[in-house]
Ligand binder design. Sequence first.
Ligand SMILES: *Cc1c(COP(=O)(O)O)cnc(C)c1O
Length: 345
Amino acid sequence: MSTGRLTIDLDAVVANWRALDAMTNCRTAAVVKANGYGLGAANVAKALFKAGVRQFFVAVAEEAVPIREELGPKPEINVFSGHMKGDTELIRDLRLTPMLNSVEQLTHHFETLPGHPFGIQLDTGMNRLGMEMQEWAAIAELALAQNPTLVMSHLACADEPDHPMNPYQLENFRKMTDGIQVPRSFAATGGILLGPAYHFDLTRPGIGLYGGLPFATATPTVELDLPIVQVRDVAEGEVVGYANAWQAERPSRIATVSGGYADGIARILSDKAILYHGDIPCPLVGRVSMDLLTIDITDLPDTPAKLTLIGPQQTVDDLAKAANTIGYEILTQLGRRYERKTYGK
Ligand SMILES: *Cc1c(COP(=O)(O)O)cnc(C)c1O
């Protein structure tokens, strides 16, 4: 096998869901957008459904197709982007629940699918999706008369517990929803960690299920091993890779491994990433190319068959830090050509 091997632990995903669920006294949904943050939406949803999850969220209606296929009619599948023009048939046929984001979406939904379940997304300050205070005030009565399944909003700074945006958005959410008889949802992973004032009736964790920050005590869910394709000795002064970007300062042993920016290993990791053999660090030298990395294994006692990029020595968030990004991006960019081994139920 000449591609990287991505090991996905669904039992860890379930354990993370249970841990997040145990932090609140309300219900806990699961966000499985972007192909389950890169891990495989159908497999993730199946494992969580077995563990008792009955409410899922996706970003766009199309993402619900493999999930509905896998789980059948029972679970609720909510769509953050709401009811967009062109989505009507999919929403009807797959019995999806759109989170309506504007008066325009609300009108379109009532006209095309009267009586079909829907929720409402409110904007409490993030200015991304959802109805604003004025808009909501104008149509709340009409919308509530049609029995929405949920009223929700999203926090912009929940990963920074002391950020004044958190209480500000909370106050807005309460102003817009206190007293209504509809279940409310406000917290994603970060919001769960902010405490009970943020929990309401349903939480919507995503990244925490997949082992990423801000859920610092999460169980890791993925490992990534890259096979060594070739090993060579390089004399002091010789160069390695595109643009001669690295020059050996001592006689070195260089391993060429399978994996590159086409697999989501960002080019910014050139000369920066560390791969591991057991607990021995092996620095990436020179440029990340499309399909290959060059790794300095001079200090290894032997030549292994593979090196580890994500594993016990280096978490998704460690790698994210080296790449100047966040764990969310590392996960959702995990390459499609890796051999995927999914364990757990
Ligand atoms: C992505 C998303 C979530 C999940 O957020 P995490 O930070 O991954 O837990 C919840 N709600 C909305 C509206 C989202 O867009």
